[in-house]
Design a protein around this ligand. Sequence first.
Ligand code: FES
Ligand code: MG
Length: 578
Amino acid sequence: MSGKDEPVSARRSRAWLGDGGKNGFIARHHLRQMGMAGRQFDGRPVIGIANTWSELTPCNAHLRSLAEAVRRGIQQAGGMALEFPVLSLGEPFMRPSTMLYRNMMAMELEELIRANPMDAVVVLTGCDKTTPAGLMGIASVDLPAIMLTGGPMLNGRFRGKAVGSGTDIWRMSEGLRAGEVSQSEFTEFESCLNRSAGHCMTMGTASTMASIAEVLGMQLPGAAALPAVDSRRVALAEDTGARAVELADEGLRPSQIMTREAFENALVANAAIGGSTNAVLHLLAIAGRCGVPLTLDDVDAIGREIPLLVDLMPSGKFLMEEFAYAGGVPGLVQRLGDRLHGDAITVTGSSIREAGRNARIDDDEVIRAWDNPVQPAGSGTAVVRGNLAPNGAVLKISAAEPRLLRHEGPALVFDSIEDYQAVCEDDLLDVTEDTVLVVRNCGPRGYPGMPEVGNLPLPRKLLKQGIRDMLRISDARMSGTAYGACILHVAPESAVGGPLALVRTGDVIALDVDERSLEMRVSDEVLAQRRAEWVAPAPPSDRGWTRLYAEHVQQADTGADFDFLLGSSGSLPGRAAF
Ligand code: FES
Ligand code: MG
């Protein structure tokens, strides 16, 4: 039985707590062990609080206190709150890449929800991968659920100027390498960037996915942009808890919210905010869990229509604080108007149109009008294809120097990121601003885990000449806070024999973003010859998670989820075997 269509109104927590015999006794007496009074066993809804709090994920370190506000909201609304930890994925520390573990967190969350007594769940996330993993997990169990992202940090502030997560690190570190920034300046900058709790406050992957979670309808209006430390976020956490109790009674499920229309809305919003290229990968994966058809062609087609309206780094100049004060996602929803499917239902129970109607836009410089965009329609994530990337690759147009959007140049090819790093400081490196840097074996299976190395640092030789951008191609990802003419997510990746594996130094590579084409000027006969000589790399591991990952991960063009995790298994509890 799939369980997908079972009535939620028959409160599933009663399968544990409502039993008068031994099984119910076992469940209840262990709740009493935590000091819970018997009155809580009166049939009230049980609401899980899935918490990705961890000191290994500093961006989520405040979620423990935010969970207390969620708990208050649940209790005020008459529910029982049970908080539980979920694998946390922290960008700053995890190696080789948090992306290696996104599907693990999604699996863990799905299984924990299904295996335990709860009628609805609040999912607390923040740092990049925790939000998409959370959405994937709740989609696959399809119990009433609501997300709450932890909110962005306050603006960084360095020597009188606002500075942004990631973006200004790349800028300052390139300055350091070019000799324009001193070591002491760089060290001082380190303590000025992250001034509060919260996730990165540029429109990197965390802010993008938070905004997308709100536009998809999975978190309350305003939840994406309010600073982590804003007291209104604490109040919003209470509201989120209270709403979860109502959701348990109403039975409104993720599958009713995350529809095709909602995903199209998310793609519209992603283009309007200048969202991270990573969002493409995550949206494809979440849609796969929801059984909603969504492809790279949808990403490209929708992106072409929508201008960049939100002026945030890395594509623009402001930060999430300004976005929040300007109106946040509800303001953006109002501005997007009928470009969105207004009837799409959100976790509030009412439509996304309603969220926009109740919004205010208080700063047109941050949330621009349609006739005054930061960049024109089609400046976001484009999808290119050709004999180098038959299944597609992505490029963030607004992040690249325009001269590189139509470019031909000789390839300089590296089989690993380490091979490139070993020579990129070499002043004798045979490279010019026309060279196309290619790094392969950085895909989902090849690295493994598709790390954020696609924004290769420029060769120092070129930095010294004042060059700040060049065409780079890889099967890797790049941080949502990064910039540059970087073609990413090449599919199929080289480790599975994609044509990226066949390109050689000196081959001419031609990119034409208007035409959406990416070609290597090498004949089919020569490519066939090279393919015959190609030897697949050894699997990254013969045991454990990495082996499971390498055996089941799909390619970037469909979201790099596991083949066996697509879809949903519903929320029916398993058998009681006590
Ligand atoms: Fe956690 Fe950027 S490092 S959101
Ligand atoms: Mg990031």
